[in-house]
Design a protein around this ligand. Structure first.
Ligand SMILES: Cc1cc2nc3c(=O)[nH]c(=O)nc-3n(C[C@H](O)[C@H](O)[C@H](O)COP(=O)(O)OP(=O)(O)OC[C@H]3O[C@@H](n4cnc5c(N)ncnc54)[C@H](O)[C@@H]3O)c2cc1C
Length: 451
Protein backbone atom coordinates (compact mmCIF):
# COMPACT_ATOMS: atom_id res chain seq x y z
CA UNK A 1 0.00 0.00 0.00
CA UNK A 2 1.51 3.32 -1.11
CA UNK A 3 2.11 6.08 1.46
CA UNK A 4 1.91 8.72 -1.29
CA UNK A 5 -1.25 10.85 -1.41
CA UNK A 6 -2.62 10.44 -4.92
CA UNK A 7 -3.80 13.49 -6.89
CA UNK A 8 -7.51 13.73 -7.66
CA UNK A 9 -7.70 12.80 -11.35
CA UNK A 10 -10.08 11.08 -13.77
CA UNK A 11 -10.07 7.28 -13.42
CA UNK A 12 -7.23 5.54 -15.25
CA UNK A 13 -4.69 8.36 -14.90
CA UNK A 14 -3.05 6.96 -11.76
CA UNK A 15 -1.64 3.52 -12.56
CA UNK A 16 -3.11 1.05 -10.10
CA UNK A 17 -1.36 -2.13 -11.26
CA UNK A 18 2.09 -2.53 -9.65
CA UNK A 19 3.51 -4.46 -12.63
CA UNK A 20 2.39 -1.77 -15.06
CA UNK A 21 3.79 0.93 -12.75
CA UNK A 22 7.14 -0.88 -12.63
CA UNK A 23 7.47 -0.48 -16.39
CA UNK A 24 7.60 3.30 -15.78
CA UNK A 25 10.02 3.14 -12.86
CA UNK A 26 13.33 2.74 -14.68
CA UNK A 27 15.10 4.20 -17.71
CA UNK A 28 17.90 3.03 -20.03
CA UNK A 29 20.68 4.11 -17.68
CA UNK A 30 23.01 1.47 -16.36
CA UNK A 31 21.89 -0.04 -13.05
CA UNK A 32 18.54 1.76 -13.05
CA UNK A 33 16.28 0.20 -10.38
CA UNK A 34 12.73 0.82 -9.15
CA UNK A 35 12.21 2.38 -5.71
CA UNK A 36 9.81 0.72 -3.24
CA UNK A 37 7.10 3.35 -3.09
CA UNK A 38 6.18 5.54 -6.05
CA UNK A 39 3.08 6.53 -8.04
CA UNK A 40 2.76 6.71 -11.80
CA UNK A 41 0.41 9.19 -13.44
CA UNK A 42 -0.17 8.90 -17.18
CA UNK A 43 -1.34 12.41 -18.06
CA UNK A 44 -3.76 12.68 -20.97
CA UNK A 45 -3.74 16.48 -21.28
CA UNK A 46 -2.34 19.68 -19.86
CA UNK A 47 -5.04 19.82 -17.16
CA UNK A 48 -3.74 16.53 -15.74
CA UNK A 49 -0.22 17.98 -15.61
CA UNK A 50 -1.52 21.11 -13.86
CA UNK A 51 -3.47 19.03 -11.33
CA UNK A 52 -0.47 16.81 -10.53
CA UNK A 53 1.90 19.74 -10.05
CA UNK A 54 -0.59 21.67 -7.86
CA UNK A 55 -1.08 18.60 -5.71
CA UNK A 56 2.61 17.69 -5.58
CA UNK A 57 3.68 21.15 -4.46
CA UNK A 58 0.95 21.31 -1.81
CA UNK A 59 2.03 17.92 -0.43
CA UNK A 60 5.76 18.34 -1.15
CA UNK A 61 5.90 15.22 -3.27
CA UNK A 62 8.83 14.90 -5.71
CA UNK A 63 7.79 14.64 -9.37
CA UNK A 64 9.75 13.04 -12.21
CA UNK A 65 8.56 14.37 -15.58
CA UNK A 66 8.86 11.51 -18.01
CA UNK A 67 8.82 10.78 -21.73
CA UNK A 68 9.93 7.47 -23.22
CA UNK A 69 12.55 6.65 -20.51
CA UNK A 70 15.50 6.41 -22.91
CA UNK A 71 17.63 8.56 -20.58
CA UNK A 72 21.14 7.14 -20.27
CA UNK A 73 21.99 9.18 -17.17
CA UNK A 74 19.25 8.14 -14.75
CA UNK A 75 17.23 11.34 -15.20
CA UNK A 76 13.86 9.66 -15.77
CA UNK A 77 13.72 6.89 -13.14
CA UNK A 78 11.14 7.02 -10.35
CA UNK A 79 12.16 8.58 -7.02
CA UNK A 80 11.36 7.01 -3.65
CA UNK A 81 8.10 8.52 -2.38
CA UNK A 82 7.59 10.41 -5.65
CA UNK A 83 5.23 10.68 -8.60
CA UNK A 84 6.32 9.73 -12.10
CA UNK A 85 4.46 12.12 -14.41
CA UNK A 86 4.47 10.47 -17.81
CA UNK A 87 3.38 12.71 -20.70
CA UNK A 88 3.73 10.30 -23.64
CA UNK A 89 -0.02 10.54 -24.35
CA UNK A 90 0.20 14.29 -25.16
CA UNK A 91 0.73 13.76 -28.87
CA UNK A 92 -0.94 16.59 -30.76
CA UNK A 93 0.90 17.69 -33.93
CA UNK A 94 0.18 20.71 -36.13
CA UNK A 95 2.49 21.60 -38.99
CA UNK A 96 2.49 25.17 -40.31
CA UNK A 97 4.07 24.59 -43.71
CA UNK A 98 4.26 28.22 -44.87
CA UNK A 99 5.62 29.50 -41.56
CA UNK A 100 7.94 26.47 -41.26
CA UNK A 101 7.18 25.39 -37.74
CA UNK A 102 5.36 22.59 -35.94
CA UNK A 103 3.42 22.82 -32.69
CA UNK A 104 3.69 19.48 -30.93
CA UNK A 105 2.81 17.79 -27.69
CA UNK A 106 5.72 16.49 -25.59
CA UNK A 107 4.77 12.85 -26.15
CA UNK A 108 5.24 12.98 -29.93
CA UNK A 109 7.79 10.41 -31.01
CA UNK A 110 10.83 12.06 -32.60
CA UNK A 111 11.03 9.76 -35.64
CA UNK A 112 7.26 10.12 -36.20
CA UNK A 113 7.59 13.92 -36.23
CA UNK A 114 10.48 13.72 -38.70
CA UNK A 115 8.31 11.55 -40.97
CA UNK A 116 5.27 13.80 -40.66
CA UNK A 117 7.21 16.94 -41.62
CA UNK A 118 9.02 15.07 -44.44
CA UNK A 119 5.60 14.35 -45.95
CA UNK A 120 5.19 18.15 -46.22
CA UNK A 121 8.58 18.56 -47.92
CA UNK A 122 10.17 19.87 -44.72
CA UNK A 123 12.86 18.65 -42.34
CA UNK A 124 13.17 18.53 -38.55
CA UNK A 125 16.92 17.83 -38.24
CA UNK A 126 17.58 16.72 -34.61
CA UNK A 127 18.25 12.98 -34.84
CA UNK A 128 19.25 11.30 -31.59
CA UNK A 129 20.06 7.66 -32.32
CA UNK A 130 17.09 6.86 -30.06
CA UNK A 131 14.65 8.73 -32.39
CA UNK A 132 12.44 5.68 -33.03
CA UNK A 133 11.87 5.44 -29.25
CA UNK A 134 12.22 8.88 -27.64
CA UNK A 135 9.88 11.88 -27.38
CA UNK A 136 10.10 15.55 -28.26
CA UNK A 137 9.49 16.46 -24.59
CA UNK A 138 12.49 14.34 -23.59
CA UNK A 139 14.58 15.82 -26.41
CA UNK A 140 13.73 19.36 -25.32
CA UNK A 141 14.43 18.57 -21.66
CA UNK A 142 17.84 17.06 -22.52
CA UNK A 143 18.69 19.34 -25.45
CA UNK A 144 19.26 16.12 -27.39
CA UNK A 145 21.94 15.90 -30.03
CA UNK A 146 22.53 13.13 -32.52
CA UNK A 147 24.36 12.29 -35.70
CA UNK A 148 23.66 15.37 -37.83
CA UNK A 149 24.56 18.06 -35.25
CA UNK A 150 27.83 18.77 -37.05
CA UNK A 151 25.80 20.54 -39.75
CA UNK A 152 22.41 21.23 -38.19
CA UNK A 153 23.07 21.80 -34.49
CA UNK A 154 21.14 20.40 -31.53
CA UNK A 155 17.51 20.45 -30.35
CA UNK A 156 17.93 23.94 -28.81
CA UNK A 157 18.53 25.33 -32.29
CA UNK A 158 14.99 24.30 -33.30
CA UNK A 159 12.91 25.29 -30.26
CA UNK A 160 11.17 28.62 -30.85
CA UNK A 161 8.82 28.50 -27.91
CA UNK A 162 7.37 26.32 -25.19
CA UNK A 163 4.35 25.86 -23.01
CA UNK A 164 5.55 24.77 -19.58
CA UNK A 165 3.66 23.93 -16.40
CA UNK A 166 5.60 25.04 -13.34
CA UNK A 167 5.69 23.41 -9.93
CA UNK A 168 2.45 24.56 -8.27
CA UNK A 169 0.52 24.22 -11.54
CA UNK A 170 0.95 27.58 -13.29
CA UNK A 171 1.12 27.16 -17.08
CA UNK A 172 3.37 29.67 -18.85
CA UNK A 173 4.41 30.33 -22.44
CA UNK A 174 7.94 31.19 -23.45
CA UNK A 175 9.43 32.33 -26.74
CA UNK A 176 7.48 32.86 -29.92
CA UNK A 177 6.25 31.35 -33.19
CA UNK A 178 7.84 33.87 -35.53
CA UNK A 179 11.16 33.27 -37.30
CA UNK A 180 12.76 36.10 -35.34
CA UNK A 181 12.06 37.77 -32.00
CA UNK A 182 14.21 39.22 -29.24
CA UNK A 183 11.68 40.58 -26.76
CA UNK A 184 12.71 39.80 -23.19
CA UNK A 185 15.05 37.22 -21.74
CA UNK A 186 15.39 33.85 -23.48
CA UNK A 187 13.45 31.66 -21.04
CA UNK A 188 12.96 29.06 -23.76
CA UNK A 189 16.72 28.53 -23.80
CA UNK A 190 16.68 28.14 -20.03
CA UNK A 191 14.08 25.36 -20.12
CA UNK A 192 15.78 23.49 -22.97
CA UNK A 193 18.23 21.04 -21.42
CA UNK A 194 16.94 21.59 -17.87
CA UNK A 195 16.32 17.84 -17.37
CA UNK A 196 12.80 18.20 -15.98
CA UNK A 197 13.95 20.37 -13.09
CA UNK A 198 12.29 23.69 -13.92
CA UNK A 199 8.88 22.68 -15.28
CA UNK A 200 6.98 20.16 -17.38
CA UNK A 201 6.92 20.88 -21.10
CA UNK A 202 3.37 20.47 -22.41
CA UNK A 203 3.87 21.94 -25.90
CA UNK A 204 6.80 22.89 -28.11
CA UNK A 205 6.99 25.16 -31.15
CA UNK A 206 9.71 23.69 -33.37
CA UNK A 207 11.45 25.31 -36.31
CA UNK A 208 11.45 23.33 -39.57
CA UNK A 209 13.82 23.70 -42.52
CA UNK A 210 13.59 22.72 -46.20
CA UNK A 211 14.12 19.03 -46.93
CA UNK A 212 17.65 17.88 -47.68
CA UNK A 213 18.65 15.24 -50.25
CA UNK A 214 19.05 11.56 -49.36
CA UNK A 215 22.66 11.48 -48.09
CA UNK A 216 25.65 9.90 -49.80
CA UNK A 217 28.43 8.43 -47.67
CA UNK A 218 32.20 8.01 -47.77
CA UNK A 219 33.97 5.57 -45.45
CA UNK A 220 37.70 5.94 -44.74
CA UNK A 221 40.03 3.75 -42.69
CA UNK A 222 43.26 5.05 -41.14
CA UNK A 223 46.54 3.65 -39.88
CA UNK A 224 47.03 6.28 -37.17
CA UNK A 225 45.01 8.58 -34.92
CA UNK A 226 47.01 11.62 -36.06
CA UNK A 227 45.69 11.01 -39.58
CA UNK A 228 42.14 10.79 -38.22
CA UNK A 229 42.50 14.16 -36.48
CA UNK A 230 43.93 15.69 -39.66
CA UNK A 231 40.97 14.29 -41.59
CA UNK A 232 38.46 15.65 -39.09
CA UNK A 233 39.98 19.10 -39.12
CA UNK A 234 40.02 19.13 -42.95
CA UNK A 235 36.36 18.07 -43.13
CA UNK A 236 35.35 20.74 -40.64
CA UNK A 237 37.14 23.39 -42.69
CA UNK A 238 35.23 22.51 -45.86
CA UNK A 239 32.83 25.25 -47.01
CA UNK A 240 30.00 22.75 -47.31
CA UNK A 241 29.68 20.99 -43.98
CA UNK A 242 29.07 17.25 -43.96
CA UNK A 243 25.78 16.36 -42.26
CA UNK A 244 27.49 13.49 -40.43
CA UNK A 245 31.04 12.69 -39.32
CA UNK A 246 31.22 9.56 -37.18
CA UNK A 247 34.38 8.01 -35.80
CA UNK A 248 35.08 4.38 -34.86
CA UNK A 249 38.32 3.46 -33.09
CA UNK A 250 40.33 0.24 -33.51
CA UNK A 251 38.44 -1.52 -30.68
CA UNK A 252 35.08 -0.55 -32.25
CA UNK A 253 36.13 -1.95 -35.62
CA UNK A 254 37.25 -5.21 -34.03
CA UNK A 255 33.96 -5.59 -32.14
CA UNK A 256 31.89 -4.82 -35.24
CA UNK A 257 33.84 -7.40 -37.26
CA UNK A 258 32.81 -10.00 -34.67
CA UNK A 259 29.12 -9.33 -35.47
CA UNK A 260 29.64 -9.60 -39.23
CA UNK A 261 32.43 -9.13 -41.75
CA UNK A 262 32.05 -5.51 -42.85
CA UNK A 263 35.49 -5.60 -44.46
CA UNK A 264 37.33 -3.42 -41.92
CA UNK A 265 41.05 -4.32 -42.12
CA UNK A 266 42.40 -5.90 -38.90
CA UNK A 267 45.18 -3.30 -38.64
CA UNK A 268 42.94 -0.23 -39.17
CA UNK A 269 43.42 2.12 -36.21
CA UNK A 270 40.17 3.97 -36.84
CA UNK A 271 37.49 4.74 -39.42
CA UNK A 272 35.59 7.89 -40.31
CA UNK A 273 32.14 7.94 -41.89
CA UNK A 274 31.17 11.16 -43.59
CA UNK A 275 28.01 12.18 -45.42
CA UNK A 276 26.61 14.97 -47.55
CA UNK A 277 22.88 15.72 -47.92
CA UNK A 278 23.34 19.08 -49.72
CA UNK A 279 20.54 19.34 -52.29
CA UNK A 280 21.89 18.67 -55.77
CA UNK A 281 25.52 18.29 -54.64
CA UNK A 282 25.82 15.10 -52.62
CA UNK A 283 28.01 13.24 -55.15
CA UNK A 284 30.51 16.08 -55.62
CA UNK A 285 30.63 16.69 -51.85
CA UNK A 286 31.40 13.10 -50.82
CA UNK A 287 34.05 12.82 -53.54
CA UNK A 288 35.66 16.02 -52.21
CA UNK A 289 35.46 14.70 -48.63
CA UNK A 290 37.07 11.45 -49.83
CA UNK A 291 39.92 13.43 -51.43
CA UNK A 292 40.42 15.39 -48.18
CA UNK A 293 40.59 12.15 -46.20
CA UNK A 294 43.04 10.61 -48.67
CA UNK A 295 45.23 13.71 -48.34
CA UNK A 296 45.02 13.34 -44.54
CA UNK A 297 46.52 9.85 -44.90
CA UNK A 298 43.54 7.48 -45.13
CA UNK A 299 44.61 3.98 -46.15
CA UNK A 300 41.38 3.21 -47.98
CA UNK A 301 38.32 5.32 -48.89
CA UNK A 302 35.04 3.92 -50.23
CA UNK A 303 32.57 6.34 -51.81
CA UNK A 304 28.88 5.49 -52.31
CA UNK A 305 27.29 6.26 -55.68
CA UNK A 306 23.68 6.02 -54.59
CA UNK A 307 21.61 6.20 -51.37
CA UNK A 308 21.38 2.38 -51.09
CA UNK A 309 25.15 2.01 -51.24
CA UNK A 310 25.46 4.96 -48.84
CA UNK A 311 23.23 3.17 -46.38
CA UNK A 312 25.24 -0.04 -46.78
CA UNK A 313 28.41 1.84 -45.80
CA UNK A 314 26.63 2.90 -42.60
CA UNK A 315 25.78 -0.73 -41.72
CA UNK A 316 29.02 -1.22 -39.78
CA UNK A 317 28.24 1.83 -37.62
CA UNK A 318 24.77 0.45 -36.92
CA UNK A 319 26.27 -2.90 -35.88
CA UNK A 320 28.16 -1.22 -33.04
CA UNK A 321 25.30 -1.14 -30.50
CA UNK A 322 24.43 -4.85 -31.00
CA UNK A 323 28.14 -5.67 -30.71
CA UNK A 324 28.19 -4.01 -27.25
CA UNK A 325 25.31 -6.22 -26.12
CA UNK A 326 27.16 -9.32 -27.35
CA UNK A 327 30.36 -8.36 -25.56
CA UNK A 328 28.78 -7.92 -22.14
CA UNK A 329 27.84 -5.45 -19.39
CA UNK A 330 29.03 -1.90 -19.99
CA UNK A 331 28.62 1.79 -19.17
CA UNK A 332 28.13 4.27 -22.01
CA UNK A 333 30.01 7.54 -21.50
CA UNK A 334 29.33 10.84 -23.25
CA UNK A 335 32.19 13.30 -23.24
CA UNK A 336 32.94 16.12 -25.64
CA UNK A 337 36.36 17.66 -26.34
CA UNK A 338 37.65 20.20 -28.86
CA UNK A 339 37.61 18.44 -32.25
CA UNK A 340 41.35 18.96 -32.73
CA UNK A 341 42.02 16.88 -29.58
CA UNK A 342 39.79 13.93 -30.45
CA UNK A 343 42.66 11.72 -31.64
CA UNK A 344 44.50 12.50 -28.41
CA UNK A 345 41.42 11.54 -26.35
CA UNK A 346 41.21 8.19 -28.15
CA UNK A 347 44.95 7.57 -27.68
CA UNK A 348 44.76 8.42 -23.96
CA UNK A 349 41.74 6.11 -23.57
CA UNK A 350 43.71 3.31 -25.24
CA UNK A 351 46.58 3.89 -22.79
CA UNK A 352 44.10 3.85 -19.91
CA UNK A 353 42.64 0.59 -21.18
CA UNK A 354 46.10 -1.02 -21.46
CA UNK A 355 47.09 0.22 -17.98
CA UNK A 356 43.88 -0.76 -16.18
CA UNK A 357 42.98 -3.92 -18.10
CA UNK A 358 39.49 -2.46 -18.67
CA UNK A 359 38.12 -2.78 -22.21
CA UNK A 360 37.19 0.67 -23.56
CA UNK A 361 35.66 1.25 -26.97
CA UNK A 362 35.73 4.79 -28.39
CA UNK A 363 33.15 5.83 -30.96
CA UNK A 364 30.72 8.64 -31.65
CA UNK A 365 30.09 11.97 -33.26
CA UNK A 366 33.65 12.80 -34.33
CA UNK A 367 32.67 15.99 -36.15
CA UNK A 368 31.54 17.49 -32.83
CA UNK A 369 34.34 16.00 -30.70
CA UNK A 370 31.54 14.13 -28.88
CA UNK A 371 32.45 10.52 -28.16
CA UNK A 372 30.61 7.76 -26.33
CA UNK A 373 33.43 5.79 -24.70
CA UNK A 374 31.97 2.41 -23.75
CA UNK A 375 33.52 0.78 -20.71
CA UNK A 376 33.09 -2.98 -20.19
CA UNK A 377 33.26 -5.17 -17.10
CA UNK A 378 32.67 -8.80 -16.19
CA UNK A 379 29.94 -9.50 -13.66
CA UNK A 380 31.63 -12.68 -12.41
CA UNK A 381 35.11 -11.18 -11.88
CA UNK A 382 35.62 -9.61 -8.43
CA UNK A 383 36.63 -5.95 -8.67
CA UNK A 384 35.91 -5.75 -12.41
CA UNK A 385 32.96 -3.39 -12.08
CA UNK A 386 34.87 -1.14 -9.67
CA UNK A 387 37.80 -0.96 -12.11
CA UNK A 388 35.37 -0.05 -14.90
CA UNK A 389 33.88 2.70 -12.72
CA UNK A 390 37.37 4.06 -12.05
CA UNK A 391 38.09 4.04 -15.79
CA UNK A 392 34.76 5.83 -16.39
CA UNK A 393 35.82 8.53 -13.93
CA UNK A 394 39.28 8.83 -15.50
CA UNK A 395 37.67 9.42 -18.90
CA UNK A 396 35.59 12.26 -17.48
CA UNK A 397 38.75 13.78 -15.96
CA UNK A 398 40.57 13.37 -19.26
CA UNK A 399 37.84 15.24 -21.12
CA UNK A 400 37.73 18.04 -18.54
CA UNK A 401 41.53 18.30 -18.68
CA UNK A 402 41.32 18.83 -22.44
CA UNK A 403 38.92 21.74 -22.09
CA UNK A 404 35.93 19.49 -22.70
CA UNK A 405 32.71 18.67 -20.89
CA UNK A 406 31.36 15.77 -18.81
CA UNK A 407 28.40 15.40 -21.17
CA UNK A 408 27.98 16.36 -24.80
CA UNK A 409 24.34 15.33 -25.18
CA UNK A 410 23.06 12.67 -22.76
CA UNK A 411 22.74 15.00 -19.77
CA UNK A 412 23.94 14.89 -16.17
CA UNK A 413 20.95 13.29 -14.44
CA UNK A 414 21.68 11.22 -11.37
CA UNK A 415 24.67 9.34 -12.79
CA UNK A 416 26.98 12.28 -13.53
CA UNK A 417 25.86 14.51 -10.70
CA UNK A 418 29.07 14.04 -8.74
CA UNK A 419 31.14 15.53 -11.58
CA UNK A 420 29.06 18.64 -12.14
CA UNK A 421 30.92 20.73 -9.51
CA UNK A 422 34.20 19.86 -11.25
CA UNK A 423 32.94 21.34 -14.48
CA UNK A 424 30.90 24.29 -13.19
CA UNK A 425 32.50 25.17 -9.86
CA UNK A 426 30.56 25.83 -6.64
CA UNK A 427 29.70 29.47 -7.37
CA UNK A 428 28.08 28.62 -10.71
CA UNK A 429 26.24 25.68 -9.14
CA UNK A 430 24.85 27.98 -6.45
CA UNK A 431 23.61 30.39 -9.16
CA UNK A 432 21.93 27.51 -10.98
CA UNK A 433 20.27 26.28 -7.78
CA UNK A 434 18.94 29.80 -7.20
CA UNK A 435 17.42 29.78 -10.70
CA UNK A 436 15.79 26.42 -10.02
CA UNK A 437 14.38 27.75 -6.75
CA UNK A 438 12.76 30.64 -8.61
CA UNK A 439 10.72 28.26 -10.76
CA UNK A 440 10.39 25.45 -8.22
CA UNK A 441 10.56 27.03 -4.73
CA UNK A 442 9.73 23.85 -2.81
CA UNK A 443 12.11 21.73 -4.90
CA UNK A 444 9.70 19.04 -6.12
CA UNK A 445 10.83 18.81 -9.76
CA UNK A 446 13.27 15.96 -10.40
CA UNK A 447 15.28 16.86 -7.29
CA UNK A 448 18.95 15.88 -7.35
CA UNK A 449 19.08 15.34 -11.11
CA UNK A 450 21.41 17.03 -10.96
CA UNK A 451 20.48 20.18 -8.95
C1 LIG B 1 19.93 3.57 -27.81
C2 LIG B 1 19.98 5.00 -27.36
C3 LIG B 1 20.58 5.94 -28.18
C4 LIG B 1 20.64 7.27 -27.78
N1 LIG B 1 21.20 8.19 -28.62
C5 LIG B 1 21.21 9.49 -28.28
C6 LIG B 1 21.77 10.46 -29.17
O1 LIG B 1 22.24 10.14 -30.26
N2 LIG B 1 21.76 11.75 -28.77
C7 LIG B 1 21.22 12.14 -27.57
O2 LIG B 1 21.22 13.34 -27.26
N3 LIG B 1 20.70 11.24 -26.71
C8 LIG B 1 20.66 9.94 -27.03
N4 LIG B 1 20.13 9.02 -26.17
C9 LIG B 1 19.60 9.48 -24.86
C10 LIG B 1 18.06 9.77 -24.84
O3 LIG B 1 17.40 9.08 -25.88
C11 LIG B 1 17.79 11.27 -24.96
O4 LIG B 1 18.25 11.92 -23.80
C12 LIG B 1 16.30 11.61 -25.18
O5 LIG B 1 16.19 12.99 -25.45
C13 LIG B 1 15.39 11.25 -24.01
O6 LIG B 1 14.03 11.30 -24.45
P1 LIG B 1 12.89 10.50 -23.68
O7 LIG B 1 11.59 10.82 -24.30
O8 LIG B 1 13.21 9.06 -23.60
O9 LIG B 1 12.97 11.17 -22.24
P2 LIG B 1 13.11 10.49 -20.82
O10 LIG B 1 14.25 9.53 -20.82
O11 LIG B 1 11.80 9.98 -20.37
O12 LIG B 1 13.51 11.76 -19.94
C14 LIG B 1 14.76 12.37 -20.09
C15 LIG B 1 14.80 13.66 -19.27
O13 LIG B 1 13.84 14.57 -19.77
C16 LIG B 1 12.89 14.93 -18.76
N5 LIG B 1 11.60 15.06 -19.44
C17 LIG B 1 11.01 14.17 -20.27
N6 LIG B 1 9.87 14.69 -20.76
C18 LIG B 1 9.73 15.92 -20.21
C19 LIG B 1 8.77 16.96 -20.32
N7 LIG B 1 7.68 16.85 -21.09
N8 LIG B 1 8.95 18.10 -19.61
C20 LIG B 1 10.05 18.25 -18.82
N9 LIG B 1 10.99 17.31 -18.68
C21 LIG B 1 10.83 16.16 -19.38
C22 LIG B 1 12.97 13.82 -17.73
O14 LIG B 1 12.58 14.27 -16.45
C23 LIG B 1 14.44 13.48 -17.80
O15 LIG B 1 15.17 14.41 -17.05
C24 LIG B 1 20.08 7.67 -26.53
C25 LIG B 1 19.48 6.71 -25.71
C26 LIG B 1 19.42 5.40 -26.11
C27 LIG B 1 18.75 4.39 -25.22
Amino acid sequence: MSQITAPDLEPGRVVADRDVALAYATDYSHGSTAPDDFLVVRARDRDDVVAVLEHAQAHRIPVVPQGARTSLCGAATALEGGIVLNVEALRSTRIEVDERYAVVGPGVNTAALKQAVAAEGLFYPPDPASSPMCTIGGNVATNAGGLCCVKYGVTADYVRGLEVVLAGGEAIRTGRRTAKGVAGLDLTGLFVGSEGQLGVVTEAVLKLVPAADAPLTALATFGSLEQVTRGLVALRADRHSPNLIEVLDHASLQLIQQVEDFGFPADAQAALLVQSDRPGHTAEDVQRYADLLTAAGAVEVAVADDPQEADALMAGRRALAPSFELKGPHFIEDVCVPVGRLGELIARAEELSARSGVDIVMSGHGGDGNLHPTVFYAEDVPGSRERAEEAFESLVDLALGMGGTITGEHGVGALKRQWLPRELGEAELARQRAIKAMFDPVGILNPGRPL
